[in-house]
Design a protein around this ligand. Structure first.
Ligand code: 16G
Length: 262
């Protein structure tokens, strides 16, 4: 654990972001410092008095900003020892062999899940969507883009495309897309996933509340109905610091274990 009495101010004079009440400006500045990695989980914040002096605001302003950050779960206060950057969110393990929804994955861990809408609407499909979803000429695509969170912690950005014939009104998706598809008998039973490591651009990093360039796991899921028809094509961007994908591996029927088939 580092003593941050001074290191928060290494970058020179403090320039608060503009707009809104002073305590909210200070709150955003502290959040930025955490997101940029200037202060890390577990690090101690300078004392209220030191912060007020360095930032040139009143102690009341510091107290209000810190209180909000504590309420948001960004900072924690330990009686007698000070204020600290909250520990990293709990890592989530997801099986790679089960076809589950985000809502189900989180419910199994007892975590409340919610979504913030980034976009939802009917669009002319891209050539990629036309091919992957097997759309007929003139058929539209329903796109839903969501920030998926547990509490106040964003975990993933998901951008799903479905045929407008399957989902004519994307506004009807409330909590779970799979639950909705299940009701119309369109829940996928099989999916192919492609996972690759990437670094977050500024916009996605901002949504996921991490520093630009942070690691992410980008997943493309193409899901199928029992008929073999593609029902969903989703691109997800998971925060690299919160997700572990776990696959169970079994020895196969190979010649080496004597179980080879002709
Ligand atoms: C998962 C799926 C995503 C699906 C979503 C439905 C991955 C990588 N992606 O996040 O393809 O659209 O679940 O979740 O697992 P929902 O039913 O909670 O909306």
């Amino acid at each position: 654990m580092a003593d941050l009495t001074n290191s928060l101010f290494f970058d020179g004079p403090v320039v608060l972001p503009t707009g809104g009440p002073l305590y909210l400006q200070l709150k955003r500045w502290i959040e930025d410092a955490i997101n940029k990695g200037a202060i890390s989980p577990g690090d101690a914040l300078p004392s209220e008095r030191d912060l007020a002096l360095k930032v040139d605001v009143s102690r009341v302003t510091v107290r209000k900003a810190v209180l909000q950050l504590v309420q948001d779960g960004v900072l924690v206060q330990r009686h007698g020892s000070g204020t600290f950057v909250a520990p990293q969110p709990q890592r989530v393990e997801q099986s790679l062999s089960q076809l589950t929804s985000f809502t189900e994955d989180m419910a199994r861990r007892g975590m409340a899940v919610r979504s913030e809408w980034l976009d939802r609407g009917l669009y002319l499909p891209s050539p990629e969507e036309t091919v992957i979803l097997g759309l007929s000429p003139g058929e539209h695509v329903s796109r839903i883009a969501r920030l998926r969170l547990t509490g106040d912690t964003p975990l993933a950005i998901e951008r799903a495309s479905l045929s407008a014939r399957v989902l004519p009104d994307p506004a009807v998706v409330s909590d779970s897309l799979y639950k909705l598809l299940e009701r119309s008998g369109n829940r996928p039973i099989r999916a192919i996933q492609r996972i690759r490591a990437a670094n977050l651009g500024a916009e996605d990093a901002d949504l996921l509340q991490v520093a630009p360039g942070s690691a992410s796991l980008n997943i493309e899921r193409t899901s199928y109905l029992a008929s073999g028809r593609v029902i969903e094509f989703t691109r997800s961007i998971y925060r690299g610091d919160t997700y572990d994908f776990v696959a169970e591996l079994r020895i196969g029927d190979t010649p080496s274990n004597g179980a080879a088939k002709p």
